[in-house]
Design a protein around this ligand. Structure first.
Ligand SMILES: C[S@@+](CC[C@H](N)C(=O)[O-])C[C@H]1O[C@@H](n2cnc3c(N)ncnc32)[C@H](O)[C@@H]1O
Length: 278
């Protein structure tokens, strides 16, 4: 049971929907309480009602913190394994053939959270694709939250965080211990460019993208928002690019201009108008 007054819940839900398109159902009112109580304490406020009152008075900094606190940043290394295997076994080899002239591959992680996803991609390319050594590889990682991007850029993870999906040899190869934490090597860190991008806001200019990871973020949006984002993502992709979504997500019944491409134990999506590639 949440103790947040319904008018305060409505205010927060509307704010988060307007700014980030994230839908919080009334049944999830407890989330408002559990996530905003620490924000309230940080700002010396005794209650969420006081936070809402400051928001109503136009406190911009608090507004950003509230939106960030209401995002779910759950992530892990090589999450779900199979998309990364598909990237390694099928997508990269295909792109190596198709891009042999330009020797350039751009990968975009559109909801990168604290960095585990783009860094997993970077380690996979570094460790398992030596043929790309002299290629121009760009891994662009974006998120709405400056807080998670800051953590991602720092490349510093707790033991608990590295325990989630990082194989021991990969940990040993790319991280060094620093006190209780693990710090990612500069080599891998420098492979990833981080930027702020709100999927429902105006986007910074992106180069045409060969592979999009847009995983475990569409689930937070309503149908029209999912459709609008998928259409914009399609526009950002090379004609023969690949889109990976999260396990519970699909383009089916949302965007007919994508077709599903099955790999061994997973699938991704390609544009229906796919041509010969650029
Ligand atoms: C559950 S995490 C997924 C992380 C990673 N893609 C994965 O699958 O492990 C969802 C991420 O989406 C971000 N997010 C939520 N709404 C967003 C929006 N409107 N624009 C961009 N990112 C958003 C959150 O900040 C959060 O880091």
């Amino acid at each position: 049971m949440s103790t947040v007054a319904s008018a305060d819940f409505d205010y927060i839900a509307a704010l988060v929907r307007d700014e980030a398109a994230i839908v919080i159902e009334p049944s999830k009112a407890y989330l408002v309480e559990s996530r905003l109580s620490p924000v309230a304490r940080r700002h010396g406020q005794g209650s969420i009602a006081e936070v809402v009152s400051r928001l109503r008075n136009g406190d911009r900094k608090l507004r950003t913190e509230v939106i960030e606190a209401m995002t779910t940043n759950e992530t892990s290394w090589f999450r779900d394994v199979h998309p990364f295997e598909a990237l390694h076994r099928h997508v990269i080899p295909e792109l190596v053939k198709r891009r042999s002239q330009r020797r350039q591959i751009t990968i975009w992680c559109g909801a990168a959270s604290t960095g585990q996803e783009p860094y997993s991609v970077a380690m996979l390319l570094a460790d398992r694709h030596p043929e790309l050594a002299n290629w121009n590889l760009r891994i662009i990682a974006t998120d709405i939250s400056g807080e998670v991007l800051g953590k991602a850029m720092a490349g510093r993870y707790s033991q608990m965080e590295v325990n989630r999906g990082l194989p021991a040899p990969v940990l040993a190869k790319h991280f060094r211990r620093d006190g209780a934490d693990w710090v990612l090597s500069d080599r891998i860190r420098n492979m990833v460019e981080f930027r702020m991008l709100n999927l429902v806001g105006s986007w910074p200019v992106l180069p045409p993208v060969d592979v999009v990871f847009l995983r475990n973020v569409l689930i937070y949006f309503d149908l029209p928002t999912k459709r609008a984002i998928l259409s914009r993502v399609r526009g950002a992709m090379q004609e023969d690019g690949y889109l990976f979504l999260g396990a519970p997500e699909t383009t089916l019944n949302l965007d007919d201009a994508f077709r599903r491409v099955a790999f061994d134990k997973t699938s991704c999506y390609q544009r229906n108008d796919m041509g010969a590639g650029r």
